[in-house]
Design a protein around this ligand. Structure first.
Ligand SMILES: Cc1cc2nc3c(=O)[nH]c(=O)nc-3n(C[C@H](O)[C@H](O)[C@H](O)COP(=O)(O)O)c2cc1C
Length: 195
């Protein structure tokens, strides 16, 4: 055995989605952010394209992001579909924790890898981030939706015309009890074909 299977199993199963409204005031330090992102880039990547591009919002950067998301929600949403709760989520979440990471993806210039495979690679990177957060006792929340993944967001992040934003990754120390997770039983999800 090269590593402790019980340690990695514990981290994988303890990793939890915790939303920014449940974060404490405790700041996530720069060295922690760097370790989270440093682990992200060790995700698998078809053709070694390493498509992840992260934008880290801290301090006043969070205010810029909050203002952008508020105005983009208004632009995306016809008046009859406007929901105050959703508007508030867009504006308030970036301010509820000390750091938000935008999950950018850059296409390989030669286009040798299909778009969905580049997205899979970034999703693997996000899981590395989330697991690292769990090891630090940080809750994290991968937030998606039209505003966060649209072209305006891509341009706001300066990802270029072929880039994509796969959402925002919030992380923070929880002010609430660590949530319990649940999953369907393994036998419901697995089929062994031996012969
Ligand atoms: C690709 C992806 C996008 C997600 N987007 C959202 C989202 O927009 N809103 C949300 O409430 N949760 C989102 N989640 C988090 C799930 O709700 C969460 O993983 C699920 O409830 C299981 O909880 P756990 O992560 O604590 O195990 C997303 C998860 C993934 C993998």
């Amino acid at each position: 055995m090269r590593h402790s299977v019980s340690d990695i199993t514990a981290i994988i199963r303890d990793r939890r989605t915790i939303q920014p409204k449940d974060y404490s005031q405790r700041e996530v330090q720069r060295d922690v952010i760097d370790t989270v992102l440093g682990n992200a880039i060790w995700a698998p990547t078809h053709g070694m394209t390493q498509p992840w591009r992260f934008t880290v919002f801290t301090g006043k950067g969070r205010e810029k992001l909050s203002a952008f998301l508020g105005s983009e929600y208004m632009r995306h949403t016809p008046p009859e579909k406007f929901m105050q709760r959703k508007y508030d989520n867009h504006v308030q979440r970036p301010l509820q924790g000390s750091v938000v990471v935008a999950l950018g993806m850059a296409r390989d210039p030669k286009g040798k890898i299909p778009l969905h495979e580049e997205q899979y690679a970034v999703a693997c990177a996000v899981q590395n981030m989330h697991l690292t957060c769990a090891a630090y006792g940080l809750g994290a929340f991968w937030s998606t939706g039209a505003v966060l993944t649209g072209e305006a967001m891509r341009d706001f992040l300066e990802l270029g015309p072929d880039g994509h934003c796969l959402g925002l990754f919030y992380m923070g120390y929880p002010a609430v009890e660590w949530p319990k997770g649940y999953r369907k039983p393994l036998p419901d999800l697995v089929r062994y074909l031996g012969e």
